[in-house]
Design a protein around this ligand. Structure first.
Ligand SMILES: NC(=O)C1=CN([C@@H]2O[C@H](COP(=O)(O)OP(=O)(O)OC[C@H]3O[C@@H](n4cnc5c(N)ncnc54)[C@H](OP(=O)(O)O)[C@@H]3O)[C@@H](O)[C@H]2O)[C@@H](O)CC1
Ligand SMILES: [K+]
Length: 497
């Protein structure tokens, strides 16, 4: 499976290197791109006898002329509309010359009921908001509810960020080339793309590898090889011990969800470190999860070193206040170096003095993962949250600043590592928008970290497993159900090894 996600600039570099190596030239790539779209139109819309093809002035429009000519030769009635003309001497100009249909100005386009619309106005080269005639064409098409097949990207969707520039087509189907682009995976663009098909147009894998892409689709092949596996004589502590910090007596449920998820993700032992005041309430709810009184950083550190704790969940149910941030700084500064997952209120607490935390995290030698949702992210990284870049870019910058893997939650969760690697999760589901679901996620990450999985891979795997668990349960799930669904998810992964 080809998991690289290419920015439009990386894609264009792949085109350039492929053309330089030959034998395909730019027009050869365009012909293959157009053929891929035309054959998708024919196979996926077999009943379409009339097609409106809308072409822009660049190479995306060039692909459109190729599509129009192939469909015409296949006996389809094609109406061709053009916005601007390709520049002389370009591949797009050649494609227009080779197309036997005379285009009409896009201003004359009005969708006809039952027609398929092929959107070849703008693709990778969109660099400003759509307006004027193109905007009207998009609005007419939406009003007529005509099915749209987009070439590379729906016009109006930024391939780089997934943002809508002005307005955009809502496609049923998008055919892109060689690899996905961030705009196919990040919201809101992902929604406008509909189903996405990646067509092979002859760009070799070696060329893709040579441009050094660092963003990936979050699929099991990205991290399967790093999943824990155990020798027959393993015992509970060698399988990894997780410590999860409980909040006070009225805030204990969140961390119990994390603890259970860590155990279900495969940690051999999980201990809840609970303040004295919450011991009884925790004791009343725990069975296989162990319980230990802990009222200070010193007590926690003693336990961590005595019981060889490999991973910590720190955040769910804790107070979003300075003592929480201080305790985390103490844990990170002590030289024990367990893996630490910082979640929920602990992130809010760190936002009281971000620079103080970044100083400690830069010096920390253990694996560190932060799991903010957008609100927590904006508290800890207010300048990054306010900038205009993509979610991918924001997560990457945050990971570098915090010297930590940052898992920025949402329907299009992004996981970024300080080394520049990033992954975009695609299997998220609205089923996960339920109280406690984030606590389960941080527990899964800790469970995998405790078993020795590297931090970036553990965060990616956890995000994927979390969503698969939700999908396996379906509507009606509550966060309490998610840990119990993990054995099924892990079983399927094991079967795929
Ligand atoms: N060999 C290859 O590279 C291959 C590439 N392939 C195909 O090429 C596509 C990329 O082509 P591309 O780079 O020409 O960009 P494209 O999306 O056609 O747009 C550029 C044009 O749009 C204009 N423009 C932009 N925004 C605008 C706006 N808001 N409002 C108005 N105008 C706007 C911009 O105008 P300008 O900025 O120059 O004034 C320029 O004229 C890619 O998506 C894929 O389909 C395949 O054939 C495979 C081989
Ligand atoms: K397009």
């Amino acid at each position: 499976m080809r998991l690289e996600v290419l920015t439009p600039a990386e894609m264009s570099e792949c085109d350039r290197r492929t053309i330089a190596a030959g034998p395909l030239d730019g027009y050869g790539l365009m012909l293959r791109a157009g053929q891929a779209v035309a054959s998708t139109a024919l196979s996926r819309y077999p009943g379409a006898s009339r097609v409106d093809v809308l072409c822009g002035p660049g190479n995306n429009g060039g692909d459109g002329y190729v599509v129009a000519e192939i469909l015409r030769r296949s006996g389809i009635e094609v109406a061709l509309f053009a916005e601007g003309s390709p520049k002389k001497g370009t591949d797009a100009a050649r494609a227009r010359t080779d197309c036997r249909i005379e285009p009409r100005p896009l201003a004359e386009y009005a969708p006809t009921k039952g027609n398929l619309v092929v959107d070849a106005i703008f693709g990778a080269g969109l660099d400003r908001p759509v307006s004027g005639t193109v905007m009207r064409a998009i609005e007419f098409t939406a009003e007529a509810r005509a099915p749209v097949l987009a070439v590379d990207l729906p016009s109006g969707v930024s391939g780089e960020t997934g943002k809508i520039l002005g307005t955009a087509f809502s496609a049923e189907l998008t055919v892109t080339f060689a690899r996905l682009k961030p705009g196919h995976l990040l919201l809101p663009g992902r929604t406008n793309c509909g189903e996405v098909i990646v067509a092979d147009i002859g760009i070799p894998d070696s060329v893709v590898a040579s441009v050094g892409p660092k963003c990936f689709e979050n699929r099991p092949d990205l991290w399967r090889k790093t999943l824990p596996s155990w020798a027959v004589d393993v015992h509970k502590y060698s399988r990894g011990h997780v410590a999860a910090f409980s909040g006070g007596p009225s805030a204990t449920g969140a961390v119990r969800l994390s603890a259970l998820a860590a155990a279900r993700a495969g940690a051999g032992a999980v201990t809840l470190l609970s303040p004295s005041a919450a011991l009884l309430v925790n004791a009343a709810h725990l069975t296989s999860i162990m319980l230990r009184r802990c009222d200070s950083g010193v007590e926690a550190l003693d336990f961590i070193s005595d019981r060889r704790v490999r991973a910590i969940v720190f955040g769910p149910g804790l107070a979003p206040e300075e003592p929480t941030a201080a305790m985390l700084r103490e844990l990170l500064g002590a030289g024990e170096n367990p893996a630490v997952v910082v979640d929920a209120s602990a992130i809010t607490a760190l936002a009281l003095d971000p620079e103080g935390f970044f100083e400690v995290s830069a010096a920390y030698e253990g694996p560190l993962v932060l799991t903010p949702h957008e609100g927590e992210f904006a508290r800890l990284f207010p300048d990054l949250a306010a900038q205009s870049g993509s979610k991918l870019e924001r997560a990457r910058l945050a990971a570098q600043r915090a010297s930590a893997v940052v898992l920025l939650k949402g329907p299009d969760t992004v996981i970024a590592s300080p080394d520049g690697r990033a992954a975009i999760n695609f299997n998220g589901t609205p089923l996960l928008a339920t109280a406690g679901s984030g606590d389960v996620l941080s527990g899964i990450i800790a469970g995998l970290l405790a078993q020795g999985m590297p931090a970036f891979e553990a965060a990616c795997a956890a995000a994927w497993m979390h969503a698969e668990a939700a999908r396996s349960l379906g509507p009606g799930l509550i966060a309490d159900d998610l840990p119990g669904a993990l054995p099924g998810v892990l079983g399927n992964l094991e079967a795929g090894r």
